[in-house]
Design a protein. Structure first.
Length: 298
């Protein structure tokens, strides 16, 4: 079976061993100090960059992109109460972002708008992912909002300036409608989602909650002729070094007046699978499975 070139490069990168382990990864106190340093550094950077902050009292009339995601999902054995508390965190964050206008050439920063989630501001414990493990933490669940915003930006005239994705495939698919690895993980404030408006029109964010969904739209004063389609290629599970990994590549098609103008490479994902799977169960569910000899070096 032919191995996709992107997968070969991903395994090559995964094979690279770090020459040393950071002190902050070994010692908890050092880690906290490093986090505070990066947060302070990012605060200064955000002040200098002057990200979008201005809100309008009314929404623009033309819809550029729209998306929604379920608030409560089946995510392995995690506690349902954390997902319900997540909704409270989302409601607070939406107040900071809804109605914000991103002018042509201006950047949107997720954390610069939301600020640090704190108990005194009403944020509660929710589900967080830390090094592939589910933990509780103040403001947990806000990744659902960053995921939705990233998906919206991919369907509009935006340049993704900064975006991170989880390093692990943590939960089995349950009603997945988007390509694997098409989200944006965030951690206050230096693991951010930053996007630049590259159109000639101001674009406004509209975000709200229903009983079942988080919903979002990007709006403009007039119709934007460009259309965007996101698709994946070479989606598969990989057996390598006696472990399962998941791989795919994500692309963006840009259309104008029904004609394809260009195809942009967005990202690829190569992540260890943390839940129980087998080759038989994956193939039964229609997934492609590639087994790679552990001795192969590309």
């Amino acid at each position: 079976m032919k191995i996709p070139q992107g997968l070969q490069l991903a395994i090559e990168k995964h094979q690279e061993k770090p020459t040393h382990q950071l002190i902050s990864a070994k010692f908890k106190i050092a880690y906290k100090t490093a986090v505070r340093f990066h947060q302070a550094k990012r605060k200064v950077r955000n002040i200098l960059q002057k990200h979008a902050k201005v809100k309008l009292r009314e929404y623009f009339p033309a819809v550029v992109a729209r998306h929604q995601s379920l608030l409560l999902k089946r995510l392995g054995g995690n506690s349902e109460h954390l997902q319900r508390q997540k909704v409270q965190n989302l409601a607070l964050a939406l107040q900071k972002i809804d109605m914000v206008v991103i002018q042509p050439g201006q950047t949107f920063s997720y954390w610069d708008l939301i600020g640090q989630p704190k108990v005194k501001d009403g944020y509660v414990d929710g589900m967080l992912l830390a090094r592939g493990k589910v933990v509780e933490g103040v403001g947990g669940g806000l990744c659902q909002l960053s995921n939705l915003l990233y998906w919206l930006f991919l369907h509009a005239p935006f340049e993704i300036v900064e975006r991170y994705h989880h390093s692990y495939d943590v939960f089995p698919d349950s009603g997945r409608v988007l390509p694997f690895g098409s989200g944006a993980t965030v951690f206050y404030n230096y693991v951010d989602l930053v996007a630049k408006n590259v159109s000639e029109l101001p674009i406004q964010l509209k975000l709200w909650l229903t009983d079942a969904h988080l919903k979002g739209q990007l709006l403009a004063p007039i119709h934007i002729p460009s259309k965007f389609k996101i698709w994946e290629e070479n989606h598969c599970f990989v057996i390598w070094m006696d472990r399962f990994y998941r791989y795919n590549e994500i692309y963006q098609d840009v259309y104008e007046k029904g004609e394809l103008l260009r195809t942009n490479f967005v990202t690829n994902n190569f992540a260890p699978v943390l839940y129980e799977v087998s080759r038989d169960s994956l193939e039964k569910d229609g997934y492609r499975v590639i087994e790679i000899d552990s001795m192969i070096r590309f």
